[in-house]
Ligand binder design. Structure first.
Ligand code: FPP
Length: 246
């Protein structure tokens, strides 16, 4: 049976998140500069968005740039920002055609003006799309996100907008960047690293984690299908016993 036929369409993750890792090593293996890996990483981004849209996965979140990534060599950071701008330009048509809404999470103020402008333009032009929400995590750090949420909630308590007693998990959710997204069901990390790297710490509380040795630029449809089939064969118990689930 084809891999794609093994995927149960009514049991797809509602929210798939991906840590796209291994661009640098992929380039190094080919004797090229790291930027070459990032350039080819954008092709894997496009394939992944297309495949998720085809399958009907409603939410896809990609870790494109972490707060820690600012510490990379200046030339690499500049190249990544340039790639972001050019990819946004190139992909707008596809996003509109496929009814995909683009949004971004993270400390977006810290992005270069050109990147911000392009990003906000695509966000604006796709804001009413309904088939899929594509979220780019840019200058994103989960601890900073949680810290901001705590500050906002404290301010609301201080100003008597909410009371301490009413603070529950849903209030915290509402103050995260991801307030309009469901919890992550499946988190994929490529390149053989087994780390979360400050990505969606709150939102992955019950996510299934999937690690593959494939380097991000090589990550293709088949690899995504394999991850989804693996996910669908897991028993998600959410703290209950196997007997309670079945
Ligand atoms: C990790 O590989 C990848 C990144 C830090 C950037 C991800 C960016 C892209 C896939 C391309 C641009 C994205 C968009 C959305 C336009 P690494 O550099 O850490 O690889 P290494 O661990 O092998 O060094």
């Amino acid at each position: 049976m084809n891999l794609v036929d093994q995927i149960q369409k009514d049991f797809l993750p509602k929210h798939l998140a991906i840590i796209m890792d291994g661009n640098g090593r992929w380039a190094k293996q080919k004797g090229k500069l790291r930027v070459f890996g990032h350039e080819n990483g954008t092709k894997a981004v496009r394939r992944t968005i297309e495949t998720c849209a085809e399958l009907g996965i409603p939410n896809l979140t990609l870790y494109a740039f972490s707060t820690e990534n600012w510490n990379r060599p200046k030339l690499e950071v500049e190249a990544l920002m340039r790639l972001l701008v050019s990819s946004l330009r190139k992909e707008l048509k596809q996003l509109v055609k496929n009814n995909i809404k683009l949004q971004a999470i993270g400390n977006l103020d810290s992005l270069p003006n050109k990147a911000k402008k392009e990003l906000f333009e695509v966000v604006e032009k796709t804001k009413n799309n309904t088939q899929m929400t594509l979220t780019l995590a840019l200058s994103y750090g989960s601890r900073a996100e949680i810290k901001n949420a705590v500050k906002e909630i404290c301010n609301k308590v201080k100003n008597n907008i909410i009371s301490i007693e009413t603070i529950d998990e849903s209030i915290i959710n509402q103050h995260l960047y991801t307030q309009n997204l469901p919890d992550v069901d499946l988190l994929i990390r490529t390149s053989g690293e087994h780390r979360i790297s400050n990505f969606l710490l709150w939102q992955i509380a019950y996510a299934e984690l999937y690690f593959t040795d494939v380097l991000w630029p090589d990550f293709d449809k088949k690899d995504l299908y394999e991850a989804l089939i693996n996910y669908q064969n897991r028993e998600r118990r959410f703290g209950k016993t196997s007997e309670q689930i079945n």
